[in-house]
Design a protein around this ligand. Sequence first.
Ligand code: ADP
Ligand code: MG
Length: 140
Amino acid sequence: MAVTRTFSIIKPDATRRNLTGAVTKMLEEAGLRVVASRRIRMTREQAEGFYAVHKERPFFGELVEFMTSGPVVVQVLEGVDAVKRNRDVMGATNPADAAEGTIRKTFAESIEANTVHGSDSEENARIEIDFFFDEDEIVG
Ligand code: ADP
Ligand code: MG
């Protein structure tokens, strides 16, 4: 298995509860390395663009409201099979369905306020990393 990269967001429900470090610790303990990180307040345009694949879904408007409701931490994570490794430690979208020991089971408040985003494929990881980071901001 090759060392690859994925894209992560620590969402507003987590920054509000001061969980940036706790979430990052779980990512690191899962074998992922933070090779880029920036705390930002997403603009509406950024959130709508980032989640454009979901724009026909009924929760799109609320999701954009939520993601712009407070600071987020955008990160590039590196590790062996990083996309899958990150999805595994994140847990299911709905914390009620998430496995014990996952980030969402441990911290998520709801199916919407579910603490972390993680890319769902290598292709989307590249697109999402490029959305927020220049290559010279990523230091492996
Ligand atoms: P994941 O983040 O696990 O990849 P999706 O890509 O399906 O999940 O959804 C993107 C985000 O939209 C979720 O992380 C969550 O914040 C929100 N979301 C998903 N499903 C719902 C829902 N039924 N109601 C409200 N928000 C939702
Ligand atoms: Mg998704």
